[in-house]
Design a protein around this ligand. Structure first.
Ligand code: ARG
Length: 643
């Protein structure tokens, strides 16, 4: 992969590290840094390095003498004047005239200095596993993260020139699903329900009821018998157990029917699936995340592959028997718990488990599991789609599952790349969304908050905020702006904190126009766009065009600061994508918006003293606006012209 073009500050950092290594040799401590920062006083140059002092202290040397040695070893003549040592050992650096403006002009392209990862060769493929909804269940607040983070990661990779394949690993297969399918089918046959008007709400209730109806209280019955609690208790529990066993047997038969695509079961299942996904795509689409039918590969799509896959693993000795189950041992990967790929006996009801998948079907022996399907998914993604990287935006509670599945896939050779080596498999896990009480976010009555309700409430609240901010907006535009602000606010709140952390969901905080929020950044873009509207009014329609190729003169410290900030953009995109950490990009955009505010307050643009200065500054405004808009678009947030 070609290196991203470097901004002057990171070039200086690298060259200082080289010089420090040359001076200190082996004695350079781990984590040593040149501690470069912009100079507070422009008299002293553009940057200051404070790294010599702590280094000298550790090595028992004179700090000024050490600073002199570092300067002597430093090789920065191409971009900076010879540095000066000051005070106890500060090193002052002044960039060569034109070094900063030259670098900035070079990044002022349509791509904003971002080079494609492949360097122009055939793009690499990344699969992003996102959304991950389940059949007959509504999307609730927990699905925000899997969708929003996944979509942002997909966009980040797209921006860097990857070929991105989105995969919504829809939980649509297995015994619990056969249970609800069977229940719906019977309700339809009994004319208690119409297939044509199924609602997801009703389906979710039926899903829960069907599961309960299959849970036999075997333990209770055993206790009643053992302790001789009397014929009445025994009869009651006996009836419960018999009923549940019967329901379970019927669900198992339904699963077999589904597996063989038996028409009447299959049609019902298809309809439940359609209703679930329609609601899912509506909510996801409202959030502006790109997840549709074409990105959806249900667990059912792997059903036929599981038996041959398990056979393959057994034949090659990758899987072995353990207590009647089939497992892949993972000790060599430092994982104690083996990956179970087939359960021992078809007895008992499948537990949902953290994966929400549970048992996903059965063959002659026990059922296949959530992990079995995920192994098939890795094989398809790497070997069929050609992915060299597979990223999973899935809850942190599934960490062990993915550790096991990744290791088992590697052991089985399913992650092997055509050119050798294994694909990078990465669980981009996330924490929980909390309520203001610090506990997992729930409704007042303790239920999961439905995503659709949450989005609607955000939009209503945003409309109030927008009305207050800009009472003059026509109704239709206000509603459109409010919708964009609301979705941006929810997404930005989710993306801007380190994904592995839990965060507190607060409408008030996320919808604020001040602080590190979506609306603040959207507003920063609006402000810059309005500068250009005014420029056109005052100086004619050609002003923006004239500014776009104006000579950049970066004299004021605020001009230099914004230039340096802008130059970081390509590197930030790269690091956010590599680490799968959208919050790095968010933090950067916030800093850029602040640097812009500072610049705009200190440096008159439309009132600049000369035409050359005005156009140079307008070009800075334009770059800032474009980077902000591009960055927001890259995390899936809409930008507006007015708000
Ligand atoms: N349906 C799963 C759940 O609700 C999430 C799927 C995540 N993706 C995957 N490949 N396992 O927990």
């Amino acid at each position: 992969m070609p290196e991203a073009p470097k901004d002057p500050l990171s070039i200086l950092h690298d060259r200082f590290m080289d010089a420090m290594r040359a001076v200190m040799g082996e004695a350079l401590p781990e984590g040593a840094s040149p501690m470069l920062a912009p100079s507070k006083d422009p008299k002293h140059g553009d940057f200051q390095s404070n790294g010599a002092m702590p280094l000298a202290k550790r090595a028992g040397q004179n700090p000024r003498a050490l600073a002199e040695k570092i300067v002597a070893a430093l090789n920065i003549g191409d971009i900076a004047e010879t540095p000066e040592v000051a005070g106890p050992g500060f090193i002052n650096i002044r960039l060569k005239a034109g070094a900063l403006s030259g670098a900035l002009a070079a990044m002022d392209t349509a791509a904003l200095g971002v080079a494609p990862v492949s360097g122009g060769a055939k793009p690499q493929t990344v699969v992003v596993d996102l959304c991950g909804v389940n059949l007959a269940k509504q999307m609730h607040v927990g699905h925000i993260r899997a969708t929003v983070i996944g979509d942002a990661l997909a966009r980040l990779h797209e921006r860097l020139g990857w070929k991105v394949v989105r995969q919504n690993h829809f939980g649509d297969w297995g015994l619990p699903i056969a249970m609800v399918t069977d229940a719906v089918k019977r309700a339809v046959e009994g004319r208690r329900l119409s297939l044509a008007s199924l609602s997801l709400e009703e389906l979710e209730k039926m899903y829960r009821r069907a599961q309960r109806d299959c849970e036999a209280d075997e333990g209770g019955l055993a206790a009643v018998t053992r302790f001789g609690l009397g014929p009445k208790a025994e009869a009651e529990l006996g009836a419960q157990v018999a009923g549940a066993r019967e329901n379970l047997a019927r669900a198992q038969a339904a699963l077999v029917a589904l597996q063989s695509h038996e028409a009447s079961h299959y049609a019902v299942w298809k309809e439940i699936s359609r209703v679930t996904l329609a609601a899912c795509f509506a909510a996801v689409g409202r959030m502006g995340a790109n997840v549709t039918d074409e990105h959806t590969a249900g667990e059912s799509s792997y059903a036929e592959e599981l038996a041959p896959l398990v056979k393959d693993l057994v034949d090659r000795g990758v899987a072995e028997e353990s207590d009647g189950a089939l497992v892949v041992r993972l000790e060599e990967f430092g994982i104690k718990e083996p990956c179970i790929i087939r359960k021992s006996a078809p007895k008992g009801v499948a537990g949902g488990g953290a994966g929400g998948g549970g048992v996903t079907g059965g063959s002659a022996g026990g059922g296949f599991l959530y992990a079995t399907t995920d192994l098939a998914a890795i094989r398809r993604r790497v070997q069929k789609f050609g992915a060299s990287k597979v990223v999973y935006a899935v809850d942190g509670r599934q960490a062990l599952h993915f550790k096991q599945v990744f290791a088992a896939a590697k052991k089985a050779g399913y992650a092997r790349l055509a050119g050798g080596g294994d694909a990078e498999l990465l669980h981009a896990w996330f924490g929980t969304i909390l309520g203001e009480d610090g506990r997992p976010f729930k409704t007042r009555s303790g239920e999961n908050v439905k995503l659709a309700d949450l989005l609607e409430e955000a939009s209503q609240r945003a409309e109030g905020a927008v009305r207050e901010k800009n009472p003059g907006l026509p109704d239709a535009e206000r509603r459109a702006v409010a919708e964009a602000v609301a979705m941006g606010a929810i997404k930005y709140a989710d993306l801007s904190s380190d994904r592995i952390k839990d965060y507190v969901f607060s409408f008030d905080r996320m919808l604020a126009f001040e602080g590190n929020t979506g609306p603040y950044l959207q507003y920063a873009v609006v402000r810059i766009r309005s500068i250009f509207r005014k420029a056109a009014e005052q100086f004619g329609a050609g002003e923006a065009g004239a500014a776009s190729s104006a000579a950049l003169s970066l004299e004021a410290p605020e001009e230099k600061a914004i230039a340096l900030e802008l130059l970081k953009y390509p590197g930030v995109l790269r690091s956010a994508a590599d680490a799968c950490e959208p919050h790095r990009l968010c933090g950067y955009l916030y800093e850029l918006a602040q640097a812009f505010s500072t610049f705009f307050a200190a440096c008159p643009v439309l009132q600049a003293t000369t035409e050359a200065q005005r156009r140079s500054r307008l070009r800075l405004c334009s770059l800032a606006g474009r980077v902000l808009a591009d960055g927001l678009h890259t995390i899936g947030i809409k930008v507006l012209d007015r708000m």
